[in-house]
Design a protein around this ligand. Structure first.
Ligand code: SAM
Length: 459
């Protein structure tokens, strides 16, 4: 692996940088595989890896993160598709420390993950916040927002809104958020070990362009942070212009004060003190076990407080249609909203917030999509199957591994004596999706766009 000499030159003098060890680790052919469990669906995951002789070792800075001793095929693991875990780079999970050390996570919070696709930080944030808290998971690029939505649906949460907006579009929400996470688009040097091809795209000029874009994104979104709110800024770049310099630009341009974090020395995360005395946290692959990452946190001292002046825009489901829905889902503490023929369950405590977001942003997904009304029936949606809202009375069909894979490939499944009607296909007690058992066949309702395309593990 030929690292750009201008990159190596620019890193001289940064806290924790050791050129020889840095080059060696990039050439060592070692890779780190890590996952983070979904606490709402985690029961069987570690045992299942154990049965495949994959050792899981806890990642010290996060509660549900594990290093795996080898990289198994995630595609052919039904638990991956059931949303029981997310495959995520270990350093990024340090986000948990910031949240735990700087906000009261048991309180109802409004959190924005501004640059959210494919959803690593958003699924993590969702697992950390209380059910009464709101997560707005935003991705500006249209082609990337679908994967974000799919990952949030798989996670099975109901307190999330997925949006597809430019940071500027949030301007009507002045002083709205308690926490904003900006995991900024960057020059990407921290991921060279994983993606060698990215080396050829790296240039000093791109680092400058990225740092200018990072400033624009931050300047656009900062007015939406409420007085006393927390801003988390992170990149997967090693370059000072995108890391320490942005931290200093933030505290010299806005009324922000840096939040220092307590970091256990055994974790080998480097505390980087900037020219203005701010503290950021650097992950070097020759020190901490993970990829390159930088994170710094700030508190806003003199911000706005949001005042809602808008009228409601939601259309509640009419009472007459309620019986079509009620047998499918546990609806306590939910409001039912109809958008065209689709019925969504929104958490009652977040109704006003979802309503405000609907008026100002481009909503791609919100709450839990229960299903679509057609011919005086509700056709249940995959999102309902993935959520904890699905009614307990629904019959479950437990599939073995070959049948579960066939189901996820959207292949035909034999009816081996199942009773007729809608059922939840499960593997290892975890729901994979819907199927409708007819007398002569089973209709497989696994979403076509999510199906496993490979037919065999090695092709
Ligand atoms: N937070 C994500 C996660 O943990 O899975 C990774 C985010 S990635 C580092 C940065 C994201 O910013 C990308 O999804 C990219 O599409 C998005 N992005 C690119 N340009 C942007 C812009 N001008 N404003 C906001 N986001 C942008």
């Amino acid at each position: 692996m030929q690292l750009p000499s201008s990159l190596l030159q620019s890193l001289q003098g940064l806290a924790g940088f050791d050129e020889q060890r840095f080059v060696n680790i990039h050439n060592s052919n070692t890779s780190v595989t890590s996952i983070r469990l979904n606490p709402a669906k985690s029961e069987t995951v570690l045992r299942s890896f154990g049965e495949r002789n994959v050792d899981c070792t806890p990642i010290p800075w996060t509660r549900n993160g594990y290093y795996l001793s080898e990289r198994p095929s995630f595609t052919f693991d039904p638990l991956f598709h059931a949303g029981c875990y997310y495959v995520q780079e270990a350093s990024s999970m340090f986000l948990e420390q910031v949240l735990k050390q700087s906000v009261a996570l048991d309180q109802p919070l409004k959190i924005l993950d501004l640059c959210a696709a494919p959803g690593g930080k958003s699924t993590h944030l969702q697992s950390l916040i209380s059910p009464d808290s709101l997560l707005v998971s935003n991705e500006v690029i249209r082609q990337r927002v679908n994967i974000l939505k799919d990952n949030m649906v798989k996670w099975g949460s109901s307190n999330v809104v997925v949006t597809n907006n430019d940071p500027k579009d949030f301007s009507k929400l002045k002083g709205y958020f308690d926490v904003i996470v900006v995991d900024a688009p960057c020059s990407g040097s921290g991921l060279f070990r994983r993606d060698e091809a990215a080396i050829s795209e790296w240039s000093e000029n791109n680092v400058v362009l990225c740092s200018q874009r990072q400033q624009r994104i931050l300047a656009d979104i900062l007015p939406t942070l409420k007085d006393g709110g927390v801003l988390v800024y992170s990149t997967c770049s090693y370059s000072r212009q995108e890391d320490e310099d942005i931290a200093d630009w933030l505290t010299t341009t806005f009324p922000l004060s840096n939040i220092p974090l307590n970091v256990n020395a055994d974790w080998k995360i480097i505390e980087a003190v900037t020219t203005s005395g701010n503290k950021g946290y650097r992950f070097w692959p020759h020190l901490a076990k993970g990829e390159g990452f930088f994170l710094a946190a700030f508190k806003l001292n003199d911000g706005d407080t949001y005042k809602n002046k808008s009228k409601s825009a939601v259309k509640p489901l009419t009472k007459q249609l309620l019986p079509l829905v009620s047998s499918w889902a546990a609806l306590a503490n939910s409001e039912l909203i109809q958008v065209n023929d689709k019925v969504y369950a929104w958490p009652s405590v977040l109704l006003d917030d979802f309503d405000v977001l609907l008026q100002h942003l481009k909503l791609i997904y919100s709450g839990t999509l229960l299903g679509e009304l057609a011919h005086k029936k509700l056709i249940p949606d995959h999102a309902l199957a993935m959520s904890k809202k699905v009614a307990e009375s629904i019959v479950c069909a437990d599939l073995g591994l070959p049948e579960a894979i066939a189901y996820l490939q959207k292949n035909t499944i034999e009816n081996t004596g199942l009773s007729t009607g809608w059922q939840l296909a499960r593997y290892n007690k975890q729901v994979l999706g819907w199927m409708n058992v007819l007398s002569n066949r089973i209709n497989n309702y696994y979403p076509k766009e999510l199906r496993i395309l490979k037919q065999k593990i090695n092709n």
